[in-house]
Design a protein around this ligand. Structure first.
Ligand code: NAD
Length: 447
């Protein structure tokens, strides 16, 4: 996967083509499979059986939600990995190669297709699943290019099917607290937001070891990672982004080093590289990736110094919203500590939020809030996450998606429009970085 001509990339393009051709040839005569699921369990299949799929939409779904959900098919471009996934999830579902995606839908007749592949391929499965009569749950980002976003919106309208996006960040305790304060009106109109996303050399580097480091796979971290944060701001403000300008570069990883290898396991620079990672110590990683890499050359411990890396590790983005709020967002992926610092400047005061993840000082609590009304009035409080994946948010997303009669007073369950708007900020930012200009989102997509 490290070179554009690697066998995985070639196979991925073959698969893309296969999906498109199948769509053209089968669409007219195909029996749609969407069904009324009011009186029975929801039947789901998953495409993309990597870590996120196996855990959040696999083991954490099939056991705890067994009264509501039945997983009947698993699909991946790597025929070995999909078998390991089946074993790790511990289900009896039938497995399929991604070339047989249509066959899986035909045979298993799922209600919902869960899409957890590499980001740039989400669109193919989202669109095809809807054409075949299924609803979709897609991992973020919904898509990595403007034309992909348009295809998804258009297909949803044409087919009447529904795409939901797994924006778990909306369901985190700290996000719900921010929503509560902003919705209360205590700060008045929010005029500006400063959002620092600080990734340390553990989390940050993990993206540059894998497919995320190439824009053609992930749309850059401004799409892959920041789609979470852009969606959070869109949701908190209940407003649409309209204009974007940005700066970004690969300032730390990639070609910014004197030496490089292909993967840590057989690298000649193991002793001198600060980013050497021994994946052989993780039995599941070896099973799922190391032992399957002969099929697709997907190296889970790829080199952070790969000189083909083009996803920015240093970026700043400015966004103008249709309600007049201005957002300044920065993402730096090589810092000595990890966390976020978010400031909401309102007409009647300011909210400072610190999300502490990993830092070499004693943070008073995982989440710190300070609301300041004037030079004399300030209130400080702390919060912590729940247990479970992403501070309990992964479970809440699944509640919203699968449990019947769920209340949603703040609109946390995200559809395709929210998915598209969050991706479009990153896509417009990339265009701004390439052109040096200000980019209007309405010039890139018809919502
Ligand atoms: N919401 C969250 O907090 C969160 C967290 C992690 C990952 N994610 C998202 O989940 C998705 C998967 O991430 P991951 O970390 O599991 O990645 P991964 O690399 O571990 O897994 C991706 C899987 O997709 C398969 N794949 C690649 N190209 C394919 C194709 N054309 N057709 C079918 N399968 C293909 C790979 O073989 C692999 O099994 C990504 O979209 C990512 O953005 C979301």
């Amino acid at each position: 996967m490290n070179s554009p001509n690697s066998s995985l990339n070639r196979r991925q393009f073959v698969t893309k083509g296969a999906v498109a051709i199948a769509a053209a040839s089968l669409a007219p005569s195909f029996q749609l499979v969407g069904m009324d699921r009011s009186a029975r369990k929801t039947k789901v299949v998953m495409v993309g059986t990597g870590t996120r799929g196996i855990h959040s939409w696999g083991t954490e779904l099939v056991g705890p939600y067994k009264d509501y959900v039945e997983m009947v098919g698993l699909c991946d471009i790597n025929e070995k990995r999909v078998e390991v996934a089946k074993e790790l999830i511990g289900i009896d579902a039938k497995t399929y190669h991604s070339n047989d995606f249509d066959k899986m839908i035909r045979e298993q007749k799922p209600d919902i297709v869960i899409v957890t592949t590499v980001d740039s391929f989400h669109v193919d499965y989202i669109v095809r699943a809807m054409e075949l009569g299924c609803d979709v749950i897609s991992e973020k980002p919904i898509a990595t290019e403007a034309d992909q976003c348009q295809r998804i919106l258009d297909t949803e309208k044409k087919t009447g099917r529904k795409v939901n996006v797994g924006f778990n960040v909306r369901f985190m305790n700290e996000s719900m607290e921010m929503k509560r304060i902003l919705s209360s009106g205590e700060l008045g109109k929010i005029l500006a937001i400063d959002y620092q996303e600080n990734l340390d050399t553990s989390h940050g580097a993990s993206y540059f070891r894998r497919w995320h480091g190439k824009i053609k796979n992930s749309g850059s971290l401004l799409v892959h990672k920041a789609s979470h944060q852009f969606d959070l701001v869109n949701w908190l403000l209940d407003a649409d982004p309209v204009q974007v300008q940005a700066m970004g570069k690969v300032a730390f990883y990639g070609k910014n080093n004197a030496y490089r290898g292909k993967k840590c396991r057989n690298c000649e620079f193991t002793n001198q590289c600060d980013y050497y990672w021994d994946m052989t110590k993780d039995a599941d990683d070896m099973k799922l990736y190391g032992n399957c890499e002969d099929v697709d050359h997907y190296y889970r411990d790829g080199c952070v110094w790969d000189d083909k890396i083009d996803s920015y590790d240093t970026s700043s983005v400015q966004v103008q919203y249709d309600n007049g709020t201005q957002l300044t967002y920065t993402l730096n992926a090589y810092l000595p500590y990890e966390g976020q610092y978010i400031c909401f400047s309102g007409e009647k005061g300011r909210l400072d939020v610190r999300l502490n993840s990993r830092q070499p000082w004693d943070a008073p609590a995982p989440f710190e809030f300070r609301l300041t009304k004037d030079g004399e009035t300030t209130k400080y409080w702390t919060m912590k996450p729940n247990s479970g994946g992403h501070g309990g948010a992964d479970e809440r997303v699944k509640d919203a998606m699968f449990k019947p009669n769920q209340q949603d007073p703040t609109g946390q369950k995200a559809g395709s429009r929210a998915g598209v708007l969050s991706s479009m900020i990153g896509i417009a930012a990339r265009k701004s970085i390439e052109t040096g200009g200000v980019v209007n989102i309405s010039d890139l997509i018809n919502l």
